[in-house]
Design a binder for this molecule. Sequence first.
Ligand SMILES: [Zn+2]
Length: 364
Amino acid sequence: MNLGGFESSIAISKKTAVGGKAIRDYKSLLQKQSRAEARSYSRSSILESISGNVVGNDNKQCFHFGINVCDTFVALADATLNGDVIFGKNSDRPNGEVQDVVSCPATRNDVGDLLQCTSLQIPQAKQTYAVILSKPRWMWGAEMGANEHGVAIGNEAVWTTEAYSESGLLGMDLVRLGLERGASALEALHVIVDLMAAYGQGGNCAEHFDMTYHNSYLLADPAEAWVLETAGSYWVAEQITSGTRSISNGLSIHGKGDLRHPELDRKMDEGFDFAHLFSPPEAWGTVSPLSREGRVRQLCQQSEGVFSLQTAKSVLRDHSGGVCMHGDFETRGSQVSTLTEGGCEHWFIEGPFPCQEKYQKRVF
Ligand SMILES: [Zn+2]
């Protein structure tokens, strides 16, 4: 039975029903009472009612924590029909939140200029690149986007064993900063980890209730693709060299990665495994093909060699795994980009839902 969206992606478990009820109760509070009262209901009632529990479509080997939202994937040149690099992401956000697609021109700035991010003010860069962003209207940052140098970035909420901070740069702020300041995927990766080191990651990721998470990122350009995963102040990055790769709501880089936080370098032993070290124990296990994460991985892998723009759109419109999400959390924006040295194209859906709307080509 397809329950749709939030329910379907983590369905059948009674624990999930508790989480869904908590969100509905919160929304009811928001309608009847003040926003402050509703906020106090917040994370403890919504997230903790489902976090830490092993839930899944099949109640077997499918592990999810907290709210299970968003998927990002890349197909490298050897996996695609035309030899392009193809990037895709759905942005799944609280039901009804407004998400816009906006173009921002390149800027030149003076030393000492400040930049107001969602909650922090930081020094502005001397130069920023032109970007197209798909962003919740209330925040400065973006769920995903691309820049004039052919870099595309999307982030994911990940649940880890490290503490969550109430202040810092949002993962979405870091997506935008990476795009504005990175002329390649690797350059953007260094922008993100340097800013994390300077200001930390944290802050509230929702407009009307409390939700804080750590982040993973998929960064791609016509020549390279990287997965960057974080847990608190720690991070690891893995270069994707062939085929397809997707990320969802858990840490997926097993082993040492290709780049990592300097402190991990010092502490690392032979058996170092970033995902294992920083994932809650309940998340240790294989990913079910029936889960959202498993479904995206499977759809991408089975198209390797013939992966096209159409493939990317169909993955993001999939309902079997709840990739196109309907419910308390829903797909509020979608992006597909084809990245080539000869010219990149960026296609967006502004608002819900990929299954109902056509992708529109956007230019800088
Ligand atoms: Zn749909």
